[in-house]
Design a protein around this ligand. Structure first.
Ligand SMILES: C[C@H](O)[C@@H](O)[C@@H](O)C(=O)CO
Length: 534
């Protein structure tokens, strides 16, 4: 029976984020500690809450190693995940530690704590470090109490993951089978390249696929540098970016310009973002990469505004033209598929998704989203639990209600984006969705897939969800088929989820079947995680 735990709170590397998120973390910790103490468990915070920096988070790997070195080797550790955090800051300590580990998140949308939890869980799974996990909104509900009690008593939590079903490739026939075969043959015929600029993003150890796992698939990484992208960006003339801005505004996209670059979006920021857009297209073309990922958040964030606008546009088939030196247009009418935050699980997935969707005559756009939060629909329009999928701004405009005309661009929040830059913001249009995730565990590649429906919610409910999360970012109201909130959380091994639309439910089922089969033929372990509507 566990009667004493050490509590660890990992944070961001960005001081501004740690300071702003600290009050919410304190509220969460108070609830968590009260829940533990109510069960007779004493709690020692493994590092001080009061610091000269003005927050009580671990903010570097060096600090993380020191904190863990001070925890008795066999002691139980509770990781309190209330914010987005950099997993490498605690991964070393957790790998060296011998005692049981419980990761806990508060079910709140204000800061990406659930996203942080899923990142840490996926990172621990990839590293082969055992852990248990749980979450709650109030920390006094029966579901949480039962699971916390289980961990304290048995050291494990038996989550319900009965929705996970090994994929039976032999069940796929017809066009889906043909297309899977064609796509796999196409990849194997020559091999394909995944471009990645400054691999590894914000501690997303889980988002790095070892090359050795990609070689057998005939997928190879081209490692590029964000410094090269910066240089390439400066080579793009401002007039070219201004033409792209005209192109976007002519199609109805709105930019909310202000004057104070510290907190508001300025035209100068957007012009730089659109120079970056052309630069990425030219680099992708020059290196012949099939998909490309940029970490942005550290390094490039110090010299250029957010990459999200460029990323969202590149992910769209219809986008401002970018020409080569000879005047020809780079991948005209095609996306240059980009994986946000250099998350290679998403990159590999996007590579398959675009090829499968194209071959089946379905929309070729795809993006990752953060699994940010979710809630019952307060308007009562939809009975199901509705997830908030929300990434920091890189969504193809074709996803949004109204396309470009329904897309606006707001300044990225200063806590993460000191150089500013606009988002690609909108509400994802209702429709049929295939979701998936590729991740690494046990030295192997795995893929989970499922079906979902994007639902329409009343404007007031959308605003409530935006206000509860990050209103500057694009939002998707997703209802996952055949998997409950807690089943999904228990299983999912990433802070991200990959999504793509199909024209109708039957087409989405076909895309899912073809994608699952192609992944299986490439050697991934494939599971279906909810394909039937409840
Ligand atoms: C800006 C933030 O750091 C976000 O990028 C973060 O919450 C993520 O998107 C993590 O997937």
């Amino acid at each position: 029976m566990i009667d004493h735990v050490y509590l660890v709170a990992n944070g961001d590397q960005r001081l501004s984020a740690n300071r702003l998120c600290w009050p919410a973390q304190q509220r969460f910790e108070a609830l968590l500690v009260a829940a533990l103490e109510a069960r007779g468990v004493t709690v020692t915070r493994a590092h001080p809450a009061e610091t000269p920096e003005g927050h009580g988070f671990i903010a570097s790997q060096a600090q993380g190693l020191t904190v863990f070195a001070g925890i008795p080797a066999d002691a139980p550790v509770v990781m309190a995940e209330g914010v987005w955090m950099f997993s490498q800051q605690v991964l070393g300590g957790l790998l060296r530690h011998r005692g049981p580990v419980l990761t806990v998140a508060n079910w709140e949308g204000e800061w990406p704590g659930l996203v942080g939890l899923l990142n840490l869980n996926a990172s621990l799974a990839k590293a082969g470090r055992a852990f248990e996990t749980v979450w709650s909104r109030t920390f006094d509900d029966d579901w949480f109490s039962d699971r916390l009690g289980e961990w304290l008593r048995d050291g494990i939590i038996r989550h319900d993951v009965s929705h996970v079903k090994p994929f039976d490739g032999s069940s796929v026939g017809g066009r889906a089978r043909e297309v899977a075969g064609e796509v796999v043959a196409g990849i194997r015929a020559r091999g394909v390249i995944m471009g990645v600029l400054d691999e590894g993003c914000m501690g997303m150890y889980n988002g790095i696929i070892p090359d050795e796992l990609l070689f057998p698939l005939s997928v190879f990484k081209e490692r590029l540098s964000q410094s090269a992208l910066y240089a390439e960006t400066l080579l793009v003339a401002e007039e070219e970016a201004a033409r792209s801005l005209d192109w976007l505004t002519e199609r109805g996209m709105t930019f909310h310009f202000g004057t104070d670059a510290e907190t508001e979006l300025t035209r100068e920021q957007v012009i730089l973002q659109l120079r970056m857009y052309a630069a990425i297209a030219r680099m992708a073309d020059r290196f012949g990469v099939d998909v490309i990922g940029i970490q942005y958040q550290l390094g490039l964030a110090d010299v250029l505004p957010a990459s999200d606008l460029a990323e969202g546009l590149l992910n769209n088939a219809e986008r401002p033209p970018v020409t080569r030196a000879d005047g020809s247009v780079i991948r005209d009418g095609e996306p240059i598929t980009l994986f946000n935050e250099a998350d290679e699980g998403s990159g590999l997935d996007a590579l398959l998704t675009t090829r499968i969707s194209r071959a089946l005559g379905q929309p070729v756009e795809t993006t990752l989203h953060d699994v940010r939060w979710g809630d019952a629909d307060a308007s009562g329009t939809v009975d199901d639990f509705v997830w908030v999928f929300e990434i920091s701004g890189a969504v193809p405009p074709s996803f949004n209600v109204g396309g470009y005309a329904g897309t606006d661009s707001r300044r990225q929040p200063p806590l993460y984006f000191k150089m500013g830059g606009g988002t690609v913001r909108g509400v994802s249009r209702p429709g049929e969705l295939v979701w998936s995730r590729i991740w690494v565990e046990g030295g192997e590649l795995h893929m989970d897939l499922g079906r979902a429906t994007v639902v329409e919610l009343p404007a007031a409910e959308t605003e409530r969800r935006w206000a509860a999360t990050t209103p500057e970012w694009p939002i998707m109201h997703a209802v996952l088929h055949g998997v409950s909130r807690d089943q999904f959380m228990a299983r999912h091994k990433s802070n991200h989820i990959q999504v793509s639309y199909a024209l109708d439910a039957a087409a989405a089922d076909e895309v899912l079947a073809a994608k699952a089969l192609a992944a299986q033929q490439l050697g991934l372990n494939v599971n279906l995680c909810g394909i039937q509507e409840d």
